[in-house]
Each structure stands twice: as structure tokens, then as C-alpha cells.
Design a protein around this ligand. Sequence first.
Ligand code: BES
Ligand code: MN
Ligand code: ZN
Length: 504
Amino acid sequence: MKFHINYFNVEQLKKECLVVGVFENKKLSIAAKYLDEISKGCINKYILSGELEGKVNQFLLLYNVPHIFSDRVLLIGCGKESDFNEDIYRKILLKTMYVLNSTSATEAVLFINNLFIDNKNMYWKIRVALEVIEKFSYQFNYFKSIYKIKRSTLHNIFFNIYQKSDIFFGEMAIQHGVIINQGIKETKDLANLPPNICTPNYLKLKVKNLEQNSDSKLSIEIVDEKLLNMLGMNAYLAVSKGSKNKPYMSLIKYNGLNNNMFQSIILIGKGVTFDSGGLSIKSSKCMDEMKYDMSGAAVVYGIMYIVIKLKLPLNIIGILASCENMPGGGAFRPGDIIKTMSGATVEVLDTDAEGRLILCDILTYVERFQPSIVIDIATLTGACVTALGNSISGLFSNCNLLVKDIIKASKQTGDTVWQLPIFDKYKDTLHSNFADLANISNTKSAGAITAACFLSHFVKKYYWAHIDIAGTSWVSGKNKGSTGRPILLLIQFLLNKSGLNFYS
Ligand code: BES
Ligand code: MN
Ligand code: ZN
């Protein structure tokens, strides 16, 4: 799909479809009014006859409208004008895509990006449009026979704008949105791939491929089993012992500021390519979905892909912490005591609490980069899904300013997070009789928090946030698949840090 900004007369527009909004109570949007005037009352004729009430998502597709050179006019219901908001804007965009897709139009000019939404500028409206279009268009076809693949004829979308000053915002939104959509596709593809293909080795190869057509700002480093061993990352290594697939920690170092890598922002993604639970094996129900336990790593990959293409002026290190959690003769066991890289010993009471074991060593490892900020992204706990559901990611941090920045990006993008506390009292529940701490809490409750407490034990030297995406990175059921979250949140966080915030 190609996107364009259109700034010229509606009269002269000769395209395959024009899309304009109509409100309830026979109220036309500015664009609809304009078309009505040109067509000498044709639009109003349909409205007044009751053909279209203007309720949200109602629509009327008109052909051969008098005096309009374009082939079709799509009137889309926007509800009551006073109720129009972000959610309705997203809804009507999606509906528009469905309707356009049911026609043979190869192009469309949207006017609905001009509808007024409080506090939202043209950059926001066009970014959101691209986001909705990505969601609508995404397909994961690699394993389907050709006859099962749906093809769309729509290839060009024009956003019409009325104000010259909006050209810049529109162009920026398209420039950012197109690249972000590519990154989201990369992430979704990785998370949707089956675990027999998307192995730690596969993720490593993906990372290595990034190096091919990029400049000196980028360097890739792969830490294999041998090196992990030399580094003393025994907790990370323990998790992968039951699997024939070897672990790989892949580092994508992006040096957008052209100075040394100190004071970088570090993003760590949990990359368990399949979480069977290990010897504390999971039930077979929905076990297939545990292929998405590498969503954090997939998000970090997508982010780095975007950062490189946007050439952000930041130093960022993306780390894909990958391995597979399997039962097997060599697997780690409940009862094992492991010496982590930090020196602290951990008693494994549940091999299914593996994410924190991988992350804890990496939280120690990254100290060598003297980072200013470290953010880990992980499908860490089912408890987080219980607490916050599938729409909100869990946020934990040791720094209020960082929380503020993340929540700001969350509000800008609608990629929602909610902060949960790291409460000292709950740290005590990780008590072990035999080691410095246990890998699970001795209470059943507050599992998302106690997992974050475990991680916080290993964070000493930098500002840190942990984002639990167990509920948000994936949709179950009929439309099963990766959501790409929280890419939008994190990219906005980085855009803001780069001074490239065009939302306000
Ligand atoms: N990968 C899972 C968490 C998860 C659960 C992600 C559901 C997505 C959906 C994680 O490794 C895990 O198994 N966590 C355990 C922790 C428990 C053993 C303390 C959990 O949440 O049950
Ligand atoms: Mn697990
Ligand atoms: Zn897991």
C-alpha cells in the first residue's frame, strides 16, 4: 500500500473513490457538504430521504454522482458530531477499509482524516490511519496454499488535507507510519512463526541479516552458549538445557549519536521460542500458543528495524534473549540451585518461571554498557493477564521519571500500560530455605508483581522498567495471532527522546 498527501481542489479530483463522513441528524461533514454543493444537492438527497442515518459504521456507496469526476463516493456514518472521538475515528477507518476492499477500486481519497477530534492533530490522525490499515491488511500467509490467500486490489490511499500547514504533519506521519508498519509486520511475522522454524538460531540469523544493508552505525554481536558459559550466565543457560536448540543472545547495537555506547538506552526482549514449562510442564491446553513467548524479542527486533530506518539520533542496544524451555534428560529441575551472573544463588522451585531466570542474568550483563535506561519487555506472567487483561500491559519501574515518559508515549499512541508496584514486602516472598532467593514466590497471589520483584533484585546500577506483555502481545481464539504490541508505545518513547514528537 502506498500513502500520499493530497492538497488540491475537490472539484478537479478524478480518482476511483472519495471517502467522506456523515454525522447523525442529517449533519454533513465539511467534505460531504462540499461534494453536495458540487453535485448540486445529490448527497443531501440521499441523507434527507433517510437512506443513510449517519450512525457509526453505516455507509452508502454511490456511483456516478453528478458533476463529480471520481467514480465512487463512499459516505461513512460517524455518529453524533458531538460524540465523535478517537475510538469512533478508528472504527470508521476500519469500516472504510472493509468497504473499499469489497469494491474493485485500486485507489481512494480519504477526507475523514479532517474530522475534528479534541487535542489530535493531523500527524496523529494520519499515524492512526496507517496503524488501522496495517491491522486490516496484515496477513500471515507463508504456510497457506495459494487458493486460500485473499488479495486486495487497493494500492493507493490519498489523505486529503485543507490546510497548507498540515502538509508537513501529514508527510511526517506517512514517513514514520510506513516504516513503523514495516517494523510491526516484522515483529508479527516472527511471533506468528511456528516454534519448529522460529528457533533461537533463527532469531540469531534474523539479527545477523540486519547488518547487510546498513551503515557503520550498526554492529551485531552474538553471544553463543560457550560465551554465555564464560560470562557465568548460568541462570539463562539453565533454562535451555533441556532443549536440543542452543541458546543465543543477540545484540543489535545502534549508534545513532556517533559517540561511544555509554549512556545507551537498552531494550531487552524475552525470547523463549517455545515455553513448554520444562519439567514443571504446562497443561496441553493452548500449549501451541507458547510459541509467542518470544514476543518480547520480536518486539525488540521490530523496534531496532524501525530505529535503523528512521535513523533516530540515539544510542540504543537491542538484546534478543533467546532460548527454548523444554523437558529432557539434560533439563534443569525443580530443586536445582543456580549461581547467577550477579553471584546471587537461586533455587528453582518451578521450571516454568523461566523468563525471570533468563532476564536476571541479562540485567546483570548489561551493567557493562553503563546504560542510562534499561527496559525489558517480556511475556512474563499469566498473573499479569489475570490482573490487567488483554488490553493493558503491566509496567514496573524503579524510576518515576521513566514511568512518566512511558505513560506519556502510551497516551499518545493508545498502546496502554498500567503501573503496578514493586513492593518491598512482596520481595520477601521469594525466600528460599537453601539459596539467596527462590525463582517463584511462596504466595500464590500477585504473581506479576512478585515476578517483577525477582527481577528488581538484579537491578542496581541504572534506571529500569519492566513491561509484562503476556496479555497484550497476542490474541487468542478465532483471530489468533501476534498484535505487535508494545511497538507503538516504545517507538513513541524513542521518538520523544529524539525530539521527534509531532503529536503536539
Ligand atoms: N511464558 C509464561 C507466561 C505466560 C503465560 C505468557 C500465559 C503468556 C500467557 C511464563 O514463563 C510462565 O510460565 N509463568 C508462570 C510463572 C509461575 C510458574 C510462577 C505463570 O505465569 O504461570
Ligand atoms: Mn514459563
Ligand atoms: Zn515463559
